[in-house]
Design a protein around this ligand. Structure first.
Ligand SMILES: *Cc1c(COP(=O)(O)O)cnc(C)c1O
Length: 420
């Protein structure tokens, strides 16, 4: 079937990018080959020079990967997509492909940790400056812009605090200053949020998360709305070398067929879980964009069709309660990552962010009692029962009085904490 932008996103999840090869198999074959043979020297020369369509070498292009690229470009509403070997390869290529020495980047403070490190510790060595700012604060974004700002990089909802950035407003600020807006849309997927509609120039994904959805692949994607920009990125990626392998592309393309079913179901379950947690005595605050108590709820409703599958919440008992809860969950897997069919729970203060130390964590609004939950497709009642059992263990720690309350707020405005 020819990809058709008039079709619903559900139909495009199943059909886009499929069928543009010979013999019409229903599913794109895995072209598990590093290189492609030419009919003769003239044809080889023609393909090499781009006078004839065809493939030369898998780092430069591969039909299985191209089918996935066509699919994701369609879902986001872009003109082309460039598949990368990981989400970080997509983050890196989307930035380094555009930037040069002396440029300045404005980046959300609530981004995937390695994105921030890439800017402040790696790209900084190449003479690229960056300002890390709370992009939910539009005045702060304005104030961060400089004459040499060429990129504004936004992730919304942010990680792990789920702060919501107004995409339309921030893209407009970027454009006023002649900068490009890059949006990491990993947390929402194109099912819930399509940043090109709000003015983004580039949309990237860690397809490791929702797009693949089955926790068995590491992969990334860059989507653009402008072929000239696409050509710049494709050239950058094939020279950086962080391309996607055909087998990974096959798996992600397979995962995408059920993306709308998974994401909408996970999002509905997440809202129920978030509402339940808000009423729980062991929980000090809940942050979920789909809850009216979230300070970015209205912005989220304006730019996204649901709140997503990731919830963060604060335990009254702080660090020890967090550990007790992690040790008590049974249905949820204790693991980092998100967006898969299985629910994953994570306690940043004792796991991913333990090495930062408490002070640095608090500056990043990652309080000791903060727990991040990625809701999967299990029965929501089973999930709530599992969380209740684990919260009962966390509450034991709290009532023993061995720990102080986790009273600091993960948002510097401090206006979202939901206390009971
Ligand atoms: C996981 C993640 C990344 C990095 O992706 P990898 O596939 O792990 O390299 C980037 N951005 C966000 C928002 C993520 O969640």
């Amino acid at each position: 079937m020819k990809p058709n932008r008039q079709q619903s996103i559900e139909s495009r999840c199943v059909h886009a990018g499929i069928g543009s090869y010979s013999h019409r198999p229903v599913i794109p074959p895995i072209f598990q080959t590093s290189t492609f043979a030419f009919e003769n020297a003239d044809q080889g020369a023609a393909i090499f020079e781009g006078r004839e369509p065809g493939y030369v070498y898998t780092r430069v292009g591969n039909p299985t990967v191209a089918a996935l690229e066509e699919c994701v470009a369609s879902l986001e509403g872009g003109c082309q997509a460039i598949a990368c070997g990981s989400g970080m390869a997509a983050v890196h290529t989307s930035l380094a492909g555009l930037l040069k020495e002396g440029d300045h980047v404005v980046c959300s403070d609530a981004v995937y940790g390695p994105t921030c490190t890439l800017l402040t510790e790696v790209l900084a060595n190449f003479g690229i400056e960056s300002t890390i700012v709370d992009t939910s604060d539009l005045a702060a974004v304005h104030a961060s812009m400089r004459p040499n700002t060429t990129v504004v990089f936004v992730e919304t909802p942010g990680n792990p605090t789920l702060v919501v950035t107004d995409l339309e407003a921030v893209c407009a600020i970027a454009h006023e200053h002649g900068a490009k807006a890059i949006v990491d849309n990993t947390f929402m997927s194109p099912i819930l949020q399509r940043p090109f509609e709000q003015g983004a120039d580039v949309v990237i994904h860690s397809m490791t998360k929702f797009l693949n959805g089955h926790a068995d692949v590491v992969a990334g994607m860059i989507v653009v709305q402008d072929d000239a920009l696409g050509a710049i990125y494709r050239k950058a990626l094939l020279h950086f070398g962080g391309v996607m392998a055909p087998f990974e592309a096959f798996l992600v393309h397979r995962g995408i067929k059920t993306l709308p079913l998974r994401v909408r179901h996970q999002s509905e379950s997440a809202l129920k879980v978030a509402q339940h947690l808000e009423e729980h005595d062991a929980v000090e605050w809940v942050r979920y964009p789909g809850l009216p108590s979230h300070p970015g709820h209205d912005v989220s409703r304006k730019q996204a069709s649901a709140g997503g599958a990731v919830i963060s919440f604060g335990l009254r008992g702080g660090l020890e309660a967090g550990k007790a809860m992690m040790n008590a969950v049974e249905l949820c897997d204790l693991a980092v990552s998100l967006g898969g069919v299985e629910s994953l729970i994570e306690h940043p203060a004792s796991m991913t962010h333990a090495s930062m130390g408490r002070e640095a964590r608090e500056r990043a609004h990652i309080t000791d009692g903060l727990v991040r939950l990625s809701v999967g497709i299990e029965g929501v009642d089973d999930l709530i029962a599992d969380l209740d059992d684990a919260l009962a263990e966390a509450a034991k720690v709290t009532t023993q009085g061995t720990v102080v309350s986790d009273s600091s707020k993960p948002n510097r405005r401090g206006d979202f904490a939901h206390t009971h």
